[in-house]
Design a protein around this ligand. Structure first.
Ligand code: FES
Length: 108
């Protein structure tokens, strides 16, 4: 089951820079670009580095700072529509940013 988790205030985000959050053990990178907020998985599929939040933004894409793999901010996919990062739904309410991730359920 997915649910929205509050991560920060809109004013905590800086245009063109990523921020890293751990939501229920899920690494998420949140970006504010052109006035829109995007949330992607923070772990690069290339070498499993949790550094996507440090990537630079180019043409509505984020470029991994380690070896330059590039992911679309809106859906996390790579060039040629190849699978890349997870993409998470974002909502803003009362200046607070919420990201929807899959909630872990423990069934003992
Ligand atoms: S770890 Fe991201 S491109 Fe290599």
């Amino acid at each position: 089951m997915s649910e929205f988790f509050r991560v920060c205030k809109v004013s905590d985000l800086r245009a063109g820079e990523g921020k890293r959050f751990l939501i229920d053990d899920v690494e998420v990178a949140v970006f504010l670009v052109d006035g829109k907020i995007f949330a992607l998985g923070n772990v690069c599929p290339h070498q499993k580095a949790a550094r996507i939040y440090e990537g630079f933004i180019e043409d509505r894409k984020v470029v991994c700072p380690l070896h330059g793999w590039t992911f679309n901010l809106s859906d996390g996919r790579q060039e040629g529509n190849r699978r890349g990062l997870e993409s998470y739904e974002v909502k803003v309410e009362n200046n607070e940013v919420y990201v929807k991730v899959l909630k872990k359920e423990l069934n003992w």
